[in-house]
Design a protein around this ligand. Structure first.
Ligand code: NAD
Ligand code: UDX
Length: 459
């Protein structure tokens, strides 16, 4: 079976870039990405490619090549479902904020809504692909909804989790370590294999049963996050023993059994996936009464929370135990460089901690808007929106944030921070001039020679 029309429900950080690359590499397949969010779809259709709703290096060129040729963005979900042979579900699956499993389980309401809409609209057989990250055995529930509420047509369900990382989405999609496809129906699996075979070597396309595929996505994120928490745990030990965490990372990472990646100590991992997916894994383990398994993985999250608050505490303690009324400049708000995504960014929690101590924070991030920063703080509900706006200022010129500051905190590893005129910055700051480097980004020697008091994680 050759796929001619693909629809993707959800035009977010995954749906947008993934479908853009599928369309780019399969010019004979018509790809339509739909979303309920009209503003988001309008932004995907904007003539000005610098205004796409997702910032990813290289994405503008991919969209520019395929959009209008065989890549379309639309809010007409029913039409796109009706016409497609294959439907990807790429909607958000956040942690539940209510009811059973609150704070841990994945909220599947958006997935279920999609399934019901597909079932109601479909008048011909469809292959439905889980692109969203889902709890293991979700395909069973999907199949049940589709078969019980549909019009008697056949649905084949595949699991095809996405492994792209934000900030490198386009290169990850162009050159994936592997593509994973789980399913039961050989013909449906082969149809999806052919879509990827347009650019991914066959040996990198793995096929498994549905449950292995669903579970592997959660496990991959748990293993990656576990490495970050492991090295962050060691960073605290380095600080009290005189060891240097970068040197330890290098020393252990050269062991080919350990490997060098994901060993960079930091202020704590963020992003929309790691915490959500581990909490989900923990919840699933608990529902099967596997408490030792659940406790083991939960510790990855607890250590990450500790790392974020430890960084904020370090700032307060170093600044003579009070930051009240002091100006602390935040360099970066995004959860990592090269993305405008702030979900679960460590910056949010460090800011919240310092704001409890009545610090004044000035934020500069090259890609994150003031509106988003206030939204992130307001969402926590720790203080009123007015109070957040009184204590936090957002600027578009980094030097404005740094001028007159008592301290600088580096929260995101944006490359541009390294090239700033640190001599001029030093002159404009209060003394002693503190720098707290949560990303181990800046040059200790250079800053100390200029007279900064420099702290970096794990040193
Ligand atoms: P997102 O919030 O950026 O995008 C989801 C989109 O789905 C939103 O625009 C929303 O309006 C839309 N949507 C929700 N319900 C809808 C409906 N019924 N009909 C039409 N549109 C609907 O989320 P994301 O970051 O793209 O993540 C999507 C999924 O992919 C999640 O399950 C996530 O865990 C997984 N994932 C994310 C990443 C990542 O790096 N962000 C990587 C791998 C996997
Ligand atoms: C992650 C997975 O890498 C990706 O495969 C999956 O599809 C989605 O989740 P993402 O969250 O976009 O991707 O970025 P990632 O590069 O994994 O970084 C996650 C967080 O960990 C960031 O806050 C990053 O700064 C932090 N991190 C990463 C470290 O602190 N140290 C490291 O060595 C690596």
């Amino acid at each position: 079976m050759k796929i001619k029309k693909i629809t993707c429900i959800g035009a977010g950080y995954v749906g947008g870039p993934t479908m853009s690359v599928i369309a780019q590499k399969n010019p004979n397949v018509e790809v339509t990405v739909v979303d309920l969010n009209e503003a988001r779809i309008a932004a995907w259709n904007d003539d000005d490619l610098s205004l796409l709703p997702v910032y990813e290096p290289g994405l503008d060129a991919v969209v520019g090549e395929a959009r209008g040729r065989n890549l379309f963005f639309s809010t007409d979900v029913d039409k796109a479902i009706d016409e497609a042979d294959m439907i990807f579900i790429s909607v958000n699956t956040p942690t539940k904020t209510y009811g059973k499993g609150k704070g841990q389980a994945a909220d599947l309401k958006y997935i279920e809504l999609c399934a019901r809409q597909i079932a109601a609209v479909a008048k011909s057989d469809k292959i439905v692909v889980e692109k969203s990250t889902l709890p293991v055995r979700t395909a069973e529930a999907l199949k049940s909804i589709l078969d019980n509420t549909g019009n008697g047509v056949n649905f084949h369900i595949l699991s095809n989790p996405e492994f792209l990382a934000e900030g490198t989405a386009v290169t990850d999609l162009h050159n994936p370590d592997r593509v994973l496809i789980g399913g039961e129906d050989a013909e449906a699996i082969e149809a999806l294999v052919q879509v990827y075979e347009a650019w991914v070597p066959r040996e990198r396309i793995l096929t498994t049963n549905l449950w292995s595929s669903e579970l592997s996505k959660l496990v991959a994120n748990a293993f990656l996050a576990q490495r970050v928490s492991s090295i962050n745990a060691i960073s605290e030990l380095c600080e009290v023993t005189g060891a240097n965490v970068d040197e330890v990372s290098r020393a252990i990472g050269q062991d080919s059994r350990i490997g060098a990646k994901f060993l960079k100590a930091s202020v704590g991992f963020g992003g929309s996936c790691f915490q959500k997916d581990i909490l989900n894994l923990v919840y699933i383990a608990r529902t099967y009464n596997l408490h030792a398994v659940a406790d083991y993985w939960e510790q990855v999250i607890l250590l990450n929370d500790h790392q974020k608050s430890r960084f904020a505490e370090k700032i307060i303690k170093t600044m003579y135990n009070t930051v009240n009324g002091k100006q602390i400049a935040f360099l970066g708000w995004a959860f990592k460089k090269d993305t405008n995504d702030t979900r679960e960014s460590a910056a949010i929690y460090v800011a919240d901690h310092l704001l409890e101590e009545e610090a004044n924070i000035i934020v500069y991030d090259p890609k994150v808007s003031a509106e988003q920063i206030y939204k992130d703080l307001d969402y926590l509900g720790t203080r009123s929106p007015e109070e957040n706006r009184r204590l936090v200022k957002v600027v578009t010129d980094p030097y404005e944030a740094l001028d007159g500051a008592h301290a600088i905190a580096v929260l995101t590893e944006w490359d541009e921070f390294k090239g700033y005129d640190w001599e001029t910055i030093k002159e404009g700051m209060k003394r002693p001039s503190f720098v707290f480097d949560g990303r181990k980004l800046l040059d200790r020697k250079q800053l100390e020679e200029l007279g900064f008091s420099y702290y970096a994680i794990g040193e």
